[in-house]
Write a protein that binds this ligand. Structure first.
Ligand SMILES: [Zn+2]
Length: 55
């Protein structure tokens, strides 16, 4: 049996990733950033307050 390796074909099924302008994390296009909760410069998802403290 020959193992078939799908390469270029699979690229079409990959989600469209864009870099989050807020935290530079790759996220799905047209989706709220799962890391910082920002979308188009607006905080859409309210994050846990503790995670925002950087002191
Ligand atoms: Zn982000």
């Amino acid at each position: 049996m020959v193992a078939r390796i799908a390469a270029a074909h699979d690229a079409l099924t990959l989600p469209n990733l864009v870099e989050c302008p807020q935290c530079k994390t790759p996220r799905l296009s047209h989706q709220v950033c799962p890391n910082c909760g920002y979308y188009k410069g607006v905080e859409v998802v309210e994050q846990d307050k503790d995670t925002k403290k950087k002191s």
